[in-house]
Design a protein around this ligand. Sequence first.
Ligand code: UT7
Length: 323
Amino acid sequence: MTYARIIGTGSYLPEKILTNQDLEQIVETSDQWIQERTGIRQRHVAAEGQSCSDLATIAAQRALDAAGVTAADIDLIVLGTCTPDRVFPSTACLVQHRLGVPGGSPAFDVSAACSGFVYALDVARRYLETGGGKRALVIGAETITRLLDWSDRSTCVLFGDGAGAVVLESGEQPGILSTHLHADGQYEDLLGVPWGISQGFEELNERAGTIEMRGNEVFKVAVRTLGRIVDETLDANGLKKSDVNWLVPHQANVRIIAATAKKLDMPMERVVVTVGEHGNTSAASIPLALDAAVRDGRIQRGELLLLEAFGGGFTWGSALIRY
Ligand code: UT7
């Protein structure tokens, strides 16, 4: 049996921090409301001119360093984002060149909003398991604050920028045990950016290029759906809730995270929570959280990790990983 195993993690957060107090100066909101409803205290914001590939390249280099490999060892790059540098080339191609990964190996983006990293992980692990290379870089990177309407308090307080990455290597040692992906396009109006290139630039007004979300409805579907995927993931592996050492969830809202932890009968000490410091960084949130807990020594080799995500589409997914 061939597995894809995580051999290194890395992440990057832009320098600029926007606190809840800063937001109180921009829209009618309060630190208390934001913390109570979401758990967010601050978020990072990409500097002017800093692109998604800039963030991704730093995170990816840190993952390569942690893995003890070089760019020349990488056979595949899969990058999850909904805020790419350009329409094309893909952000993965830009990162490939900037890192110095030899040209010729495949590099592409996947678009699954906040589930982008789990989707990318699924694709990359299947490549490695079926002989499509020895090592892959899997990246989640977003400059999602570029998509915010800074006069809409219901969305602008929620999001932040960042990037996270893992290096996967194929081998016989267990690593990613299973991945589970889902999508349901009927919810297109609950969460999204209502404009895209094919609508033409005449349709692009100030509002059309920004995130719109019916938060409360999204919240309810997210809690219900993530509860289901926990069961699906454990059942597929014949494992019990108590076998899981760490929950590494998508960081949208601490109340959603707590509901999933409850479903797992898991105390919050075993849940990696970064939403307070990062806000919702969309596809970057899981690899950012994973890297934080690996670097501070919480997550140890051999432990069982459950990753789960939910986002626009709707898309959702999970990964069960022997780290
Ligand atoms: O990552 C992809 C998936 N995204 C998610 O999973 C996000 C899911 N949704 C959520 O996290 C929550 O629904 C929110 C944090 C977005 C909102 O929390 P909520 O408890 O669902 O609040 P709500 O939308 O029901 O709004 C409650 C009130 C409203 O006022 P009224 O109508 O009750 O008078 C809003 O106008 O809070 C008001 N409000 C605010 N007040 C202060 C909305 N945004 C703000 C704000 N500051 N920033």
